[in-house]
Design a protein around this ligand. Structure first.
Ligand code: GCV
Length: 660
């Protein structure tokens, strides 16, 4: 099988800089990580300049020097990069810092940045920068839109050149942890903590360690029953506790540098402590104690909610669930537990308010979980560059009462007693040749890593970096692809579920519209539309969810006049004639944005067509095919949404456009 190198293509950049920099490299360091750094330099030099770089045993006057230093400001993973008189010095406290420095250097060359007198220091602003794969042991991927798994084939773990390329891609953007298997741990995946898989896991751990990536595994909470034959998984039961202690001892004997485990418990049919009348902290702490001797970490997901809800019952609100279960447990979790909290209270919709637990947990480690797999945002067919959305989330103020009160401050550990520890993304890769199916979806893979490293980078900067490294160096390509990426999230929002209401997707598949698809079901994701109006009342008169935020957010969301338009229907049930802050009525806004969304996609297709002769044909046509499917999707959404709400409300579009 062949595959492409995503943004590590190292396209020829001849003539732009003094190639003498890339003739010689000097370092005193030895070991796997430094070997990888040197290998990357060799590969890049060969591809970019058609030349060879030689490792020399003296400091050259011109060339590259990688050296370890001892500087507090660089912490564990930071580096300094300096150019002076033809010598590029990369300095770090650790070899992984040097590797990151090499990738920064190569990125700068690929983007044709100036090298002379360069002087920069880069330190990641979040401790944990993680990917979560939902890959199954049978090779399928839950919510995977880029082919099958490259981690698993025929119930075996695969470690090959593609795995190395994967590790290179992660390290190149600074991702330092990954979970390779689905949080829904079923079948043989439960056995990852047994002898059956230790040998191949060892190979994987060794490879990942050499790129500064900690391997984590998703864990089946009921493994003590399924593997150990116990009658219960009660976290306070002594036999259960003893089983896990023994099991973790075995695991860490074999895999001493394993990062730990990710656990989805009591969620969507997965087992958990609730079955035994215990709470989430009881479950997490039981496992955390078992791996504490080995410095292991338990990452415990907060995606806990009742998926057997009665749609008739308006007092239950799925959006409240994580808050209601976890807020009162703040402080009850052990030090080696990290809670992983989805960015919003529902499930990776194109727009949601941020989860109100952010800013409220003051005594518990936690990270934010986002999704680049685009389950609800076009499934890597429709273009939806999510970095502007993630930026908005990171920049949101929680009003936690401290000077630094944004979510990015929190995740950097700058407020809430430093309990914010980083960010994770549900990954969007598979074994498709180009990693992400739609070539443009790789911008989310790249962008997530860069943003995880540095929250201050802008969406435009990230897009530009990615384009320069991915596509031929042409002003028009850069300009058009940037514009396409940057308009895509808003476009997607326009033609799908309106004003923050979310869902309205085809049940189970989650691509394409089905307005009532989840309306009379058990999943807790309703729009409550009738002849008079639409939206979920989450004010004090409704489910009370708006009050979970600190003021002034709680008041702003509570009041229908101050609630931002884009979240109006998430928080309020209003009539179709309700006037938005943008002065439009709700119904007219729905009509307008949906027609506009389709027009935007038509425009995007024209923009892409303009690049036909500037891009390699294969990539061009692959993306073009996605755009055509996106247009069909946008039209279907537009017609179904507009017709549905026209039929419900009996209010005409004041512009008289075609509605069915
Ligand atoms: C892995 C959503 C998805 C599920 C996913 C779940 C989760 O419900 O549809 O496929 O399961 O989120 O995040 O655990």
């Amino acid at each position: 099988m062949s595959w492409e190198q995503a943004w590590l293509k190292y396209q020829a950049v001849k003539g732009y800089l003094d190639e003498a920099y890339f003739k010689e490299v000097y370092t005193l360091e030895e070991g796997k990580i430094i070997e990888n750094a040197l290998a990357e330099l060799r590969l890049a030099t060969n591809k970019m300049f058609g030349a060879a770089i030689e490792r020399v045993n003296h400091l050259p006057t011109k060339g590259i020097h990688l050296s370890l230093v001892s500087k507090e400001c660089l912490a564990k993973e930071g580096f300094q990069l300096e150019e002076k008189n033809g010598l590029i010095a990369i300095m770090a406290n650790t070899q992984i810092g040097l590797l990151y420095g090499v990738y920064e250097l190569l990125r700068r060359v690929a983007c044709k940045n100036k090298m002379a007198l360069l002087s920069l220091t880069r330190v990641p602003d979040k401790e944990l920068r993680m990917l979560n794969h939902w890959d199954n042991i049978d090779g399928s991927i839950e919510r995977g839109y880029s082919g099958d798994s490259f981690f698993f084939e025929n119930k075996q773990i695969v470690v090959n050149e593609r795995t190395r390329d994967y590790a290179r891609l992660l390290a190149s953007v600074g991702i330092n942890a990954t979970v390779i298997n689905n949080v829904n741990v079923k079948q043989e995946a439960t056995e990852f903590i047994t002898n059956t898989y230790f040998e191949s896991l060892k190979k994987l751990v060794e490879l990942f360690d050499s790129y500064g990536i900690k391997l984590f595994l998703s864990l089946n909470y009921a493994a003590c029953m399924e593997l150990g034959g116990l009658k219960s998984a009660d976290p306070l039961d002594e036999t259960v506790i003893a089983w896990w202690h023994e099991r973790m001892k075995l695991v860490y004997q074999e895999l001493p540098t394993l990062g730990g485990f990710l656990v989805k418990a009591d969620s969507e049919g997965r087992p958990g402590p609730f079955t035994y009348g215990r709470n989430q902290a009881d479950g997490a702490n039981m496992l955390a104690k078992a791996i504490a001797p080995y410095n292991g970490i338990i990452i415990w997901r907060c995606f806990v909610y009742n998926c057997q809800q009665d749609w008739r019952d308006r007092t239950i609100d799925r959006a409240r669930a994580a808050y209601d279960y976890f807020y009162e447990l703040d402080g009850a979790f052990l030090d080696n537990v990290i809670l992983q909290i989805k960015n919003g209270p529902l499930d990776f919709q194109v727009r949601e308010p941020f989860m109100p637990l952010f800013g409220k947990l003051k005594k518990t480690n936690h990270i934010m979980e986002v999704q680049i797999a685009q389950e609800y945002t076009g499934q890597q067919i429709d273009l939806c560059y999510l970095i502007p959305w993630f930026k908005e989330l990171l920049d949101s103020r929680t009003y936690c009462g401290e000077e630094n009160d944004t979510i990015k401050d929190l995740l950097k550990g700058k407020c809430c007693n430093h309990f914010g520890r980083g960010i994770a993304a549900v990954a969007n890769t598979g074994n498709s040749e180009n990693w992400t199916g739609n070539d443009l979806a790789a911008a989310n893979f790249y962008g997530f890593g860069r943003l995880a490293w540095d929250s201050e980078l802008t969406s435009e900067e990230i897009a530009k970096e990615w384009i320069c490294q991915t596509f031929p160096d042409e002003e028009e390509v850069l300009d058009t692809v940037s514009r396409l990426l940057l308009m895509s999230w808003n476009t997607y929002e326009k033609y799908t579920a309106p004003l923050g209401i979310g869902f309205m997707v085809t049940p189970h598949y989650h691509y394409g519209p089905n307005i009532d698809g989840y309306e009379y079901s058990r999943w807790g994701t309703y729009h409550r539309a009738d002849h008079f109006g639409i939206g979920v009342d989450r004010t004090k008169k409704g489910t009370g969810y708006a009050s979970l935020y600190y003021p002034p957010l709680s008041q702003m969301y509570e009041n229908v006049d101050t609630c931002p338009d884009e979240l109006l229907l998430f928080f309020h049930h209003v009539s179709y004639n309700h006037i938005l802050q943008n002065k439009n009525t709700v119904i007219q806004h729905i009509y307008d944005t949906h027609f506009e969304g389709v027009k935007d996609v038509e425009r995007m297709i024209q923009m892409w067509k303009g690049l036909e002769h500037k891009l390699p044909s294969k990539e061009f046509h692959r993306v073009e095919a996605c755009f055509h499917k996106q247009l069909d999707n946008a039209k279907e959404w537009c017609d179904q949404i507009n017709s549905y709400f026209y039929r419900k409300s009996a209010i005409n579009d004041k512009r008289g456009r075609k509605i069915y």
